[in-house]
Design a protein around this ligand. Structure first.
Ligand code: MN
Length: 414
């Protein structure tokens, strides 16, 4: 656990996303050196390989190879006790009362890299990616629009955190553009399908957690054990082509309407750093099966917002203000459900929450809901309006402690 008010001898302005109490993990490169693991503190990136070279990480069982790797997977393979000890050591080194590194200015240039000068990379190689569907308001909104307003939730929804297996290789880091997908759609229900660029490109506001190695195939992880297998979280934009999705999804679920890309924020915020934000979850009714039971503060109070910035505009329009606490199913239940059949996990697997919508208009986490299937467009500052996302738009998702995931949409390659 971390004191949320911890201060550093590095100046970090109040309200900054990356105070000493946070210290998220990521992978960065500089003009003179390839991608390697780092941690973020204020406006600096801490070079973990440089701390190691200066013998400041002794006794943690970390090799130079692990701290010079282009992804965090080798570090995460060492398990939670190691990543927790590493974060605590770095926290101690940078705490206000610690002179060990502060009084060695000769080391500061190598250990502390100005954040604006680095390029961020995918922090992990994602082996498998699962997307859940765990916000009740989102599931209800979609059920109302596409099925039956009286029976918006399908019969299984309150009994298990439903999800599907998505594509890992097309998950990209913030700043990587996404190209509007081509595909097959059926704009008119009484006409044959057509081929062309998706006309209903959408974002989904989500968060995703990254796992450590799990148990061997055939064994399951309980809700009580789940935290031991969760490294941390990122903001996650699950890009969705609604027209492709609508025509293809029966009977086997999402496919080409989803797998052309998902975007994540670059810094993985550890579960430990979020501890002070824990809050109670909703009362789950009907009662869940025993393997899904979880006592305690299962949710996190993380305010989330989404902004659409048109091409060339300095600022855009905030179209959503939501909160990670608006989930019905929590991460421990998702992980217990994912492994209840013996499914294994590997370090770097990513599990996204599903679109995080709140109860009110203004807190809906996709344009599908915000524009209510295109019937209520959103006005933009430049006088244009949006039902879905246009070419050249940038979609920015932000949260305190997480920074942002920003993605610009390129026109389709016809
Ligand atoms: Mn999704």
């Amino acid at each position: 656990m971390t004191d949320a008010n911890l201060t550093s001898w590095i100046d970090v302005p109040a309200g900054h996303d990356f105070p000493l109490a946070n210290l998220p993990f990521g992978v960065f490169s500089t003009a003179d050196r390839d991608a390697r693991p780092g941690m973020r503190l204020g406006d600096h990136v801490i070079d973990l390989s440089a701390l190691h070279a200066a013998d400041l990480l002794d006794g943690l069982g970390l090799s130079v190879d692990v701290l010079s790797a282009p992804v965090l997977n080798p570090l995460m393979k060492l398990g939670k006790p190691t990543t927790v000890a590493l974060r605590e050591r770095v926290q101690a080194l940078f705490a206000s009362d610690s002179a060990e590194l502060r009084d060695r200015p000769d080391l500061h240039v190598s250990c502390l890299v100005p954040a604006p000068s680095v390029t961020m990379h995918m922090p992990v190689e994602v082996g498998d990616y699962t997307d859940f569907y765990s916000s009740e308001d989102h599931a209800r909104n979609v059920g109302k629009m596409f099925r039956d307003p009286e029976n918006a939730l399908l019969p299984n929804w309150k009994h298990m955190p439903v999800g599907y297996h998505g594509r890992a290789s097309s998950i990209v880091v913030s700043g990587t553009p996404i190209r509007r997908p081509m595909g097959q759609t059926r704009p008119n229900d009484d006409q044959p399908p057509v081929f062309g660029p998706s006309r209903l490109l959408d974002f989904e506001l989500e968060m995703a957690f990254v796992t450590f190695d799990g148990k061997p195939l055939g064994e399951r992880i309980t809700t009580a054990e789940a935290e031991d297998y969760i490294f941390g979280l990122v903001l996650f934009n699950d890009w969705s082509a609604r027209d492709i999705q609508k025509w293809e999804y029966v009977p086997l679920g999402p496919f080409l309407g989803k797998n052309f890309g998902s975007s994540i924020s670059p810094w993985i915020v550890t579960l430990e750093a979020l501890d002070h934000l824990r809050v109670a979850g909703p009362q789950q009714d009907p009662k869940v099966l025993d393997y899904l039971k979880y006592e305690g503060n299962s949710h996190y109070d993380v305010p989330l917002e989404v902004e659409i910035v048109p091409e060339g505009a300095a600022s855009g329009q905030i179209v959503c203000r939501s909160n990670f606490r608006h989930m019905y199913w929590n991460m421990r239940q998702q992980l217990a459900h994912h492994t209840v059949n013996g499914c294994n996990l590997r370090a770097g697997d990513m599990m996204a929450s599903g679109t995080i919508s709140g109860p009110e208009k203004g807190s809906f986490g996709s344009m599908l809901e915000i524009s209510w299937r295109g019937t209520t467009p959103v006005a933009m500052p430049d006088g244009s309006e949006r039902k879905f996302i246009q070419d050249g738009d940038s979609v920015v998702m932000r949260a305190p402690y997480f920074g942002a995931v920003t993605t610009t949409v390129l026109s389709a390659k016809k």
